[in-house]
Design a protein around this ligand. Structure first.
Ligand SMILES: *Cc1c(COP(=O)(O)O)cnc(C)c1O
Length: 345
């Protein structure tokens, strides 16, 4: 078999959820949008539900439907994009709760599904999703009279604790929701770490569950082992890979491993990236190809069957750094070709 193995440590996932939960005195939900950040929504959400998660969040109704099929009735499933045209049957069938973002969405919702639960998303300065203060003050009494399940907003700069935007959004959210009885939520992973005034009634971590920053104390969840297909010796002056991007200055051993940019190991990673074996760093040589990457294994005495890209020696965020991106993008780009293995003790 030449597909790479993506191992997902379910015990670490649960430990991360529990650790984030222990940092607050309020309920901790789980965000499982984008196929649980690329790790597989069904096994990830089932494990989280078994560990006690009662509320899940997804980005779009289609994800909510898939999630409902995976976890069955019971846990609440909220949809960040709200109620979009054509969603009514899905929302109804799968008992999904749209987080309403605008007057238009509220009208669509009460018309199509009168009496069906909804929450409200407020924009407190990010200018991405949610009702703005003027819109909300016009609608507030009507919306609150129908007992929304949740009033939420999202922080733009929570991964930068000192950023003044955090306190600003906290003040705006507090003002917009003053006197509201409905449960309130402002914090994702970054917001949990900002402290209790950001926690309100419910937190919504995503990336921290999967071992990513800004949760620095997260346990690593993902291991990516890529099979070595071929090994060759290269003499000084020979080139490796497309565009002759690497030229050997000295004799080298080159291993070709079976994953590439089609598997989410984005091409921008190229120079400066490393694989590891038993803790030893092994530089990537030349360009990342669609299905293959060439690695300098000159320092290895015996050739292992796999080289590791993500794992105990190199985090998702370290790999993201090779490509000038963030752990979120590496996780959610992890391709469909991997053999996903779920490990729990
Ligand atoms: C993605 C998302 C989250 C989870 O964010 P993390 O930074 O991954 O913890 C929470 N709330 C909203 C509105 C989101 O879009």
């Amino acid at each position: 078999m030449s597909t790479a193995t993506l191992t997902i440590d379910i015990d670490a996932l649960i430990a991360n959820w529990r650790a984030l939960d222990r940092m607050t005195t309020v309920e901790t939900a789980a965000v499982v949008k984008a196929d649980a950040y690329g790790l597989g929504i069904a096994p990830v959400a089932r494990a989280l539900a078994d560990a006690g998660v009662r509320q899940f969040f997804v980005a779009v109704a289609e994800e909510g439907l898939a999630l409902r099929r995976a976890i069955g009735p019971g846990p609440a499933i909220s949809v960040f994009s709200g109620h979009m045209p054509g969603d009514a049957d899905m929302l109804n069938q799968a008992s999904l709760t749209p987080m309403i973002n605008s007057v238009d969405q509220l009208l669509t919702h009460v018309e199509a599904l009168p009496g069906h639960a909804f929450g409200v998303q407020l924009d407190t300065g990010m200018n991405r999703l949610g009702m703005e203060p003027a819109e909300w003050s016009a609608l507030r009494d009507i919306a609150l009279a129908q007992n929304p399940t949740l009033i939420l907003s999202h922080l733009a700069c929570a991964d930068t604790p000192d950023h003044p935007m955090n306190a600003h959004q906290l003040a705006v959210f507090s003002e917009m929701t003053a006197g509201v009885d409905a449960p309130r939520s402002l914090a994702a992973t970054g917001g949990v770490l900002l402290g209790p005034e950001y926690h309100f009634d419910l937190t919504r971590p995503g990336v921290g569950l999967y071992g990513g920053l800004p949760f620095v104390d997260a346990r690593p969840v993902v291991t990516l082992d890529v099979p070595v297909i071929q090994v060759r010796d290269v003499v000084a002056g020979e080139s490796v890979g497309y565009a002759n991007a690497f030229v050997a200055a000295a004799p080298l051993r080159v291993a070709t491993v079976a994953a590439g940019y089609a598997d989410g190991l984005i091409r921008a990673m190229g120079a400066g990236a490393t694989f590891t074996h038993a803790g030893k760093k092994l530089p990537v040589l030349g360009r990342v190809s669609m299905d293959l990457i060439t690695v300098d294994v000159t320092t290895l005495h015996d050739m292992p069957e796999h080289l590791q890209l993500i794992g105990a020696h190199q985090s998702v965020d370290t790999v993201a750094g090779f490509a000038g991106t963030i752990g979120y993008e590496i996780l959610t780009s992890l391709g469909g070709r991997y053999d996903r293995v779920y490990h729990a003790d």
